[in-house]
Design a protein around this ligand. Structure first.
Ligand code: SAH
Length: 253
């Protein structure tokens, strides 16, 4: 095992089989684990009994611990334990604030390392058979935070027709995302998918367009976390997946 004191570990989007071997080894070797709200039960069950666990999870609207408090807590833990794992949903460096934690620890001379994870965009897209890039359909990929101010959606220099855009944390902002993109020149019929609980047993997804995005998000907001994928590549989502998931959606609605 590595010498690092604190390991930032990406846990993937939820399916425990999407953990990397390296992530599993880190979890099994940890003396203390700080995990966030997106970590699935099945993954938490892999934590050894003698390891101390702390839920520092924060979900939109219900902040449990502030980021600054997590940074400091992580640092304090590193002074007390040999191996501390900071377990994060998806990839630690994609909208995971992993960079901030790393910086805080490095400034205090804590040894750190990072184990990447499968980010929600990759996990959700794969489970719906949506290739995020595809010859003739998608030749660039943009990952957005739905939290960002609308000004940050500007990407006027790229070929919109062939661009895939993914919005993390966008479920509550679906209407403004839709309005903004249409105003920016995206066709209202641009294909859109929403995938909630991606890669988990209760995954639900819906396909629609930029114009129907606000209604789709409204219908699915009780199923979060949810990811919005927009672009021509969504037309490649498998029909079978769509039928299966609309059934799940009908059952849970
Ligand atoms: N670091 C994470 C992202 C954290 S931001 C990663 O790399 O995936 C949290 C957002 O990620 C959620 O609001 C949602 O948009 C998305 N997300 C995370 N897990 C998800 C899942 N299993 N299904 C759908 N969306 C998910």
């Amino acid at each position: 095992m590595m010498n690092s004191n604190v390991i930032l570990v990406g846990a993937g989007p939820g399916d425990p089989e999407l953990l990397t071997l390296k992530a599993l080894k880190a979890i099994q070797s940890a003396d203390a684990i700080l995990y966030d709200a997106l970590i699935s039960e099945e993954i938490l069950e892999m934590i050894p009994d003698n390891c101390k666990t702390f839920n520092v999870g924060k979900r939109c609207g219900a902040h449990k611990m502030k980021q600054e408090e997590i940074n400091e807590f992580l640092y304090q833990m590193s002074t007390r334990h040999k191996v501390v794992v900071r377990l994060k949903g998806g990839d630690p460096f994609i909208f995971g604030r992993g960079g901030e934690e790393l910086e805080y620890l490095q400034q205090r001379n804590v040894e750190t390392s990072v184990i990447p994870g499968i980010t929600a965009a990759a996990g959700c897209a794969a489970s719906c058979n949506i290739p995020l890039t595809h010859r003739g359909h998608g030749n660039s990929l943009l990952l957005h935070s739905g939290h960002a101010s609308t000004g940050e959606f500007d990407n006027s220099h790229t070929d919109k027709e062939k661009q895939t855009q993914v919005f993390y944390m966008g479920m509550n902002q679906a209407e403004s995302i839709s309005n903004h993109l249409i105003a920016e020149g995206h066709h209202p019929d641009t294909e859109v998918a929403i995938i909630c609980q991606g890669t988990r047993p209760n995954q639900a997804s819906q396909l629609g367009t930029l114009a129907t995005l606000p209604i789709m998000a409204e219908e699915m907001k009780h199923l979060t976390p949810g990811l919005i994928i927009l672009g021509d590549v969504v037309s490649l989502a498998s029909n079978q997946q769509q039928r299966l998931n609309s059934k799940i959606l009908a059952l849970t609605a």
